[in-house]
Design a protein around this ligand. Structure first.
Ligand SMILES: *Cc1c(COP(=O)(O)O)cnc(C)c1O
Length: 224
């Protein structure tokens, strides 16, 4: 199966859910990304700033680049001029830096808050209680160059489908609850980024609006 077939299969599968496909192109060459672009795919996800900054100028300008991996504050600057969505905001200090860089470029940078849902030590993100505090915090209201579009979460890496489903379901529940609250002006709950190659079907059933798919489109990655 080639990249084209894989993307077409996903477009069909996502349609009934009205969810969007983020083609996770990390470690893959710009030739392969261009191949995906030619099938009509426009949103690509990268997890490393350095790699993203190298690839971005090599694709057409209407390519939307999402930063999906953990982001350090000192790495915001190079992606600020062009990044379409940052999925991985997990601290106010990071969001303040994104706001500052957005202001420098006079553009509003769209973000998701990454929420910790897995039963694993290694995953980044805010806990549910930190998320509440974050959204209520007075600092947030002063940031004019960021827009929070929703939430992102990663399930535990496990074969236990029920556990994965429960983790996604718990995130959807919090997402829906926030949607009912009166939110600050630059916070909206429209996007729920959950699901990867191994668990996207469950994520879609549990209300994902964006799936982040790498391996199932581009094949296995070389270890870097
Ligand atoms: C690599 C990555 C993905 C895609 O993983 P696959 O299993 O290859 O689909 C999704 N989300 C994040 C945050 C990633 O780093």
């Amino acid at each position: 199966m080639g990249i084209k077939n894989n993307i077409e299969k996903f477009q069909l599968e996502l349609k009934p859910y009205a969810a969007r496909l983020i083609a996770v192109s990390k470690t893959h060459s710009t030739e392969r990304i261009r191949e995906a672009y030619q099938t009509g795919q426009r949103i690509f996800g990268e997890n490393k700033v350095q790699e993203l900054v190298e690839k971005q100028p090599q694709l057409p300008l209407d390519t939307a680049w999402h930063l999906i991996g953990h982001l350090q504050r000192n790495k915001v600057k190079p992606i600020a001029p062009f990044v379409s969505l940052i999925h991985s905001v997990d601290s106010m200090k990071l969001l303040e830096e994104i706001n500052k860089q957005g202001q420098n470029h006079q553009r509003v940078i769209h973000c998701l808050l990454q929420v910790y849902i897995a039963r694993e030590e290694t995953k980044f993100g805010l806990s549910f209680s930190e998320l509440q505090q974050f959204i209520q915090s007075p600092e947030l209201a002063s940031l004019k160059f960021v827009m929070i579009d929703g939430l992102m979460g990663m399930a535990t890496l496990t074969d236990n489908q029920e556990q994965i489903r429960n983790e996604f379901r718990s995130l959807k529940k919090v997402f829906d609850a926030l949607k009912q609250q009166s939110l600050p002006p630059f916070v909206q709950m429209n996007e729920l980024s959950m699901g990867m190659s191994a668990d996207y079907k469950i994520a879609l059933e549990e209300g994902s609006t964006m799936v982040r798919i790498g391996t199932a489109i581009f094949g296995t990655r070389e270890l870097t």
